[in-house]
Design a protein around this ligand. Structure first.
Ligand code: UD1
Length: 360
């Protein structure tokens, strides 16, 4: 009998991690994989386009939870996921990352006596004001197998008392997707379409702490307007930020564009001179590509991108962002690619999961 695994995806940053993993797990009959899409992200630009770009299989179950407050969204995922687990009776539920769907599905699975595998375990920002930090801590508190992307993940889990035998350093699945699609992305037409011919910078922002208050967002937009006098900026806008940004951005050199699919975003990122972002995954992707990244936050749960990679913390105020920009110009970071961010993480995940179930 194959090992039956439910793999859960819900939000945009989950999909590029699931694609290589599904390919590896579905390569033969050892695993029976059921993909569940919670529907936390539902716009075509945030979900459907990613399934097509990443060649993800159609989900076996789509829970269509949509948006809501944290409590509402988490509860809705739990209510709709429980009957799926009861019906499928899987040998395990695999969750990735730190979004609300990750925590909700881990809780449901564990309470039904099902084993939980957490991919991207152990990352910590030590900022409990971040919803993702709560999701990370709570998911790791009930997981059974911990697959980690960087050494800090294993160290945090050890400090929290997790048995090291349950922790495997597998590397970064997101970088598997990057390697898999990079050539296609570089050859794509998005730069031509957006008129990004010479040097340009790329911006993304979506964290509630940065975008939900107009006063805070004004600080960031003021810094972007100054940076844009030196290098034009392209800014694909997350749906939650759109209306506030449209009211604040006046510089014609800061171009607000629709959210981009995976291939188009990778095409823009791989050609950028610099990236300014508050995303977790983009800090990792820029490090893998060797492209300078200014992270518009005070902390990161991905310290290897700073210690070894091209990432720099820029804070969220106008002055701190401009300081980081000037430091970047004075001494751009070279960086190196962290261990196991080599495009082969899915194979190591498969091996770790196979050992966990004794099917190797
Ligand atoms: C979620 C994750 C965050 C991740 C981000 C990537 C949590 C707590 N947060 O944040 O960790 O970095 O995804 O994008 O899980 N919306 C749409 N269309 C969509 C999805 C969202 O318009 O397809 C809008 C809605 O107004 C919604 C808002 O965006 O209320 C926020 O969506 P939500 O899924 O709650 O959080 P994100 O900010 O996307």
């Amino acid at each position: 009998m194959p090992v039956k695994l439910i793999c859960v995806g819900g939000a945009r940053p989950n999909f590029m991690k699931l694609a290589p993993l599904c390919r590896a797990l579905m390569a033969d009959g050892t695993f029976d994989v059921r993909l569940v899409h919670t529907g936390q992200h539902y716009d075509d630009a945030m979900s459907g386009q990613f399934f097509r770009d990443l060649q993800l299989p159609d989900p076996a179950h789509h829970l269509q939870v949509g948006s809501g407050s944290h409590a509402h969204q988490t509860a809705e995922v739990m209510k709709r996921f429980e009957p799926v687990v009861l019906d499928e009776k899987p040998d395990g539920v695999l969750v990735v990352g730190d979004v609300n769907s990750t925590l909700a599905c881990a809780l449901v699975a564990k309470k039904l006596g099902c084993r939980v595998i957490h991919v991207e375990a152990g990352l910590r920002s030590f900022d409990r004001g971040m919803p993702e930090e709560i999701n990370r801590l709570a998911t790791d508190a009930i997981s059974d197998l911990f697959l980690v992307t960087e050494a800090s993940g294993a160290a945090h889990l050890a400090a929290e008392g997790v048995d090291p035998a349950k922790v495997v350093f597998v590397g970064n699945l997101m970088i598997d997707s990057l390697h898999f699609h990079l050539e296609q992305a570089r050859n794509g037409s998005i730069r031509r379409k957006l008129g990004a011919n010479g040097a340009y910078g790329l911006v993304t922002l979506h964290r509630p702490s940065n975008v939900d208050s107009s006063a805070q967002l004004e600080q960031i937009v003021a810094a972007l307007a100054i940076i844009a006098t030196e290098v034009p900026l392209y800014f694909p806008v997350h749906p939650r930020t759109r209306s506030r940004l449209e009211a604040l951005v006046s510089s014609p050199r800061v171009q607000l564009v629709e959210p981009l699919g995976y291939i188009d975003f990778l095409g823009m990122m791989s050609g950028a001179q610099v990236v300014l972002t508050d995303s977790g995954g983009i800090q990792e992707e820029t490090t893998a590509l060797g492209i300078p990244c200014l992270t518009i936050r005070d902390n990161t749960e991905r310290p290897v991108t700073i210690e070894e990679g091209t990432n720099r913390l820029a804070g969220s105020s106008r002055e701190s962002i401009l300081n980081a920009w000037r430091e970047h110009q004075a001494s751009p970071k070279q960086g190196r690619v962290p261990r196991f961010w080599d495009g082969q993480a899915a194979g190591r995940c498969r091996e770790a999961i196979s050992r966990f179930y004794g099917v190797i």
